[in-house]
Design a protein around this ligand. Structure first.
Ligand SMILES: [Zn+2]
Length: 336
């Protein structure tokens, strides 16, 4: 689940961000959360880093938490630039399936570069929360109304919902948020996103998973349908219809519209990568305009069945080459 809604929570979040730096220092030595069977953060990073050591990928440190022993938010990217596949995961620390699946299938990711696909990989976007099983980087509270913000909060870069003439928020929610979103926007110029896959879990889902379809090509996208098929084939129940708890209609496992029938504008990194226009330092400039942005939301089974959850995400990661190819065909058939 990736709703941010920080427009309403920003003031409180800034206050909490300051307090959380103290909390992070105090708990840096605390035991890491692994009791659901997840890999340690160090274990994940070692797997991802084989892309750099064995396959000559570049790695970037996006943000370093200042406390002693603080984690880095890192990215890995292919040396070849150009229209790219973006794979994002781990924005919420209590959703470990995506980061673990990418680690498990790292050779499939490496294979993409070998077949010439430019790739940007942000596999564990919220590392401090991952090792605490927190949702947000700044607080153990799960409820966003209690001041938690997401690393991918992009409202300060996105047009406001009424007129589109000013940024939706005055400032970034937190220091790592600013570093992460600015990195994404910068890199999107050199690696324009053609296909974005953002792996999440929904801990509140009891009826099954669903997939958000965003981007310029949000409606009726065959690539999104293929992702729902991969999840169903991995024994993940997918909701055929109904609405999400935000009132968004689900059509055959896919959510491509908000509760009022408009495009999904949730202030997330997915909306940022989809955006045709963004605000940078107060100026309106062209946005990344990704045609296909897919956000996977699978049930988290209250923290149990991790193997099943990782297996479903791993099926998507193993199929990235096919999804990339299908997306290319879809874009060729439908001019932007
Ligand atoms: Zn999430």
């Amino acid at each position: 689940m990736r709703r941010s809604r920080t427009v309403y929570a920003t003031v409180r979040a800034v206050a909490l961000a300051t307090a959380s730096l103290v909390a992070l220092s105090a708990s840096a030595a605390a035991a890491e959360y692994v009791k659901d069977g997840r890999e340690t953060l160090a274990g994940l990073l070692a797997r991802y880093d084989t892309l750099a050591t064995d396959h000559d990928w570049q790695t970037d440190a996006i943000y370093r938490y200042p406390a002693a022993g603080g984690a880095d938010i890192r990215a890995w990217r292919t040396r070849s630039e150009g229209p790219a596949l973006w794979v994002i995961s781990g924005l919420h620390g209590e959703e470990p399936a995506g980061p673990n699946a990418i680690a498990q299938e790292i050779e499939a990711v490496a294979g993409l570069a070998i077949s010439g696909v430019p790739v940007v990989l942000l596999p564990v976007s919220n590392p401090e929360a991952y090792r605490r099983n927190w949702r947000y980087p700044n607080t153990a509270e799960r409820d966003w109304r209690q001041g938690g913000y997401s690393v991918g909060d992009s409202e300060y870069l996105l047009p406001d919902l009424e007129t589109g003439t000013t940024p939706r928020a005055a400032r970034p929610s937190g220091p790592e948020t600013e570093a992460y979103t600015r990195y994404v926007l910068d890199l999107a110029r050199r690696y324009p996103p053609l296909l974005v896959i953002d792996l999440h879990e929904d801990e509140l889902s009891t009826e099954g998973g669903y997939v958000y379809s965003q981007g310029v090509r949000a409606d009726g996208n065959p690539v999104v349908a293929e992702v729902t098929r991969l999840l169903r084939d991995s024994a993940i129940p997918i909701r055929g219809d109904g609405r999400t708890r935000f009132g968004e209609p689900i059509v055959d496992g896919v959510v491509s519209r908000d509760d009022r029938g408009g495009p999904i504008r949730d202030g997330s990194i997915d909306e940022l990568l989809s955006a045709r226009e963004v605000f940078v330092d107060g100026r309106r400039v062209p946005g990344p305009s990704a045609p296909t942005v897919i956000v996977v939301e699978t049930p988290a089974y209250a923290g149990s069945k991790l193997e099943l959850r990782v297996g479903a995400h791993a099926a998507v990661v193993r199929s990235l080459r096919e999804l990339w190819e299908l997306n290319r065909q879809v874009l060729e058939a439908t001019p932007r």
